[in-house]
Design a protein around this ligand. Structure first.
Ligand SMILES: [Zn+2]
Length: 152
């Protein structure tokens, strides 16, 4: 058994760590605004050997996550706008919010794309405190099932 304490899940998501060991980095480059390399990821976690793209086309489902996040962020930005500035049918304040919100969503798009992949993978892979000794569960194309893989 590992004596290390379990790293906090929210923190691991926000710092984009591997869901299985919560130590290994999921993205090769630290800066998401380095646009050519925004989605470059190692094939497997450097710490625990967990594969990140579980099957071909795995990241397709991240679209739903990023959509949900975009809606949530828009609601938050609207709430802040409503409290600080307010809206009215008599002027353009609502449209100012709309424009600024679109700008913010676009500006944060690289970060959203990454965090969506992280959250999506967290749905499928759970934390394993024994990641150092236990093998990872792998998708097996022959049997079409997830199999426990022996650690080298
Ligand atoms: Zn890992």
């Amino acid at each position: 058994m590992s004596k290390e304490s379990r790293p906090n899940m929210m923190w691991s998501v926000l710092t984009m760590r591997c869901p299985r060991c919560r130590h290994g980095k999921m993205f090769t480059h630290g800066n998401p605004w380095n646009l050519g390399k925004v989605l470059e990821m190692p094939k497997r976690c450097a710490e625990c050997n967990q594969p990140f793209e579980l099957e071909v086309g795995f990241w397709w489902g991240t679209g739903y996550v990023s959509y949900g996040l975009s809606v949530a962020l828009s609601l938050v930005s609207f709430a802040i706008w409503y409290i600080l500035i307010g809206t009215s049918t008599k002027d353009n304040r609502f449209f100012w919010w709309l424009g600024i919100n679109v700008f913010l969503l676009l500006a944060f798009q690289p970060w959203l794309m990454r965090i969506s992949r992280v959250i999506y993978l967290y749905f499928f892979v759970s934390y394993n405190p024994n990641y150092k000794v236990e093998g990872v569960t792998q998708f097996d194309y022959q049997s079409d099932e997830y199999m426990d893989e022996k650690n080298q």
